[in-house]
Ligand binder design. Sequence first.
Ligand code: SP5
Ligand code: ZN
Length: 353
Amino acid sequence: MKIFHNPLHAQHAGRQEMFRGRMVPCHEVPARLDFVLAALQSRPLGPLLAPAIPDAELHAAMARVHRAPYLDFLAHAWDAWVAMDQANAERDALPSVWPLPSRHGFRTDVVPRNFAAQLGLYAFDAGTPLMAGTWAAARAGAGCALAAAKDVLGGARSAFALSRPPGHHAGPDYFGGYCFLNNAAIAAQALRDGGHPRVAVLDVDYHHGNGTQTIFYARPDVLTVSIHGDPATEYPFFLGHADERGAEAGEGCNLNLPLPRGTGFAAWRAALDQALNAVARFGATALVVPMGLDTFAGDPISGFQLHSTDYLAVGQALAGAGLPTVFTFEGGYAVAEVGTNAVNLLEGFAQAV
Ligand code: SP5
Ligand code: ZN
C-alpha cells in the first residue's frame, strides 16, 4: 500500500478553538500525523510518497466537490484577515457571527464585504481556526487524496492519503470540525471520474461525516455510509440522524448508523457489518474510507470504547468488501496512540488482502 503524505501539513497548526465560551488548546495538532509516520517507520506498509499533482489538475479535482466562491475564499482568506487589521497577523482567524442559513430570512446569497462576516458565511463552528498556512496545507492534502485515488485507478488494491487538516466535515462551500477541503469526497469523485460507476464512502470516524453526506446527498452513483456518535448528543449535532436517507435521485444512497456514547467494540462491529452489507448491496466498485481513530477509548473528545487491537479487526473486515480502497486520515486525538491505531487498521486490511 502506497502512502501519500503531506509535507506541508505542519503549516496548519491552530493554537486555540472555542469551546463552551472559552478558548482551549486545539486538539487537531501536527503531532498527530508525526505519530502515524513514526508508527509506519517501525511497521512499514509500503512506500512513503509526497505527491506532485499539477496545479490545474488539483484545482479541477477540488472544484468537482467544492464551489468556486468557497475555494476562492479559502485561497485569499489569510490575506483578507490580515488586511482587516495588521494585528490579525498574530491571531488565528475564527468566525463570531453567522447567518443561520435558511432560517429567519438571513441571507446567504449576498457575500458580505466584511471579512469577519465572510468567515461566518463559510464556517459552521468556531472550533476550526484558519491561519497563514492553512490553504497550502489543505490544498496539498487534497493532492494526497487525489494521488491515492489515481493510484487505485491505476490498479492498486489500496492507498492511504496521510494528511491533515482532516476533511470529512467540510461541505460544498463550508469549513468546520477542523476540516477545510473534503479529501474523502475528492477521492470518491476522482474514482467516479476515472471510470468507477459506483463508489461507496464508509466513514468510521467518531463524528458524523456531514460534509461528505451533503456533497453526495442527491447522487445515485455515490453511496455514503457513516458510523458515528448519535448527533442528539455528539458533534456535529445538526446532521447524522438515521432518517437521512438521501434525496432526489440519491434517495436510499445515504446510510447513517448513529450509536450512543459509550458504545463498545461488539456493538460497533455489528454496525460495521450493516455498513458493509449496504456497500455490497449498492454494488460499489470502489471504496473510500474516511479513517478517524477517535473511536478509541482513550480519545479526549469522543465517547466510544474501541481498543488498539480492535483496529486490526476493523481493517480485516474492511478488506472483506473486496474493493479497491482509498483511506483518508480524519480524526483521532489521543495523540500518542493515533499512530498505532491507524497502522493497526491499515495492517489488518493489508494482511487480509
Ligand atoms: C475530524 C474530526 O474529528 N473533527 C471533530 C471536530 C470536533 N469539534 C468539537 C469538539 C469539541 C471538544 N472540545 C473539548 C474540550 C475539552 N476540554
Ligand atoms: Zn472525528
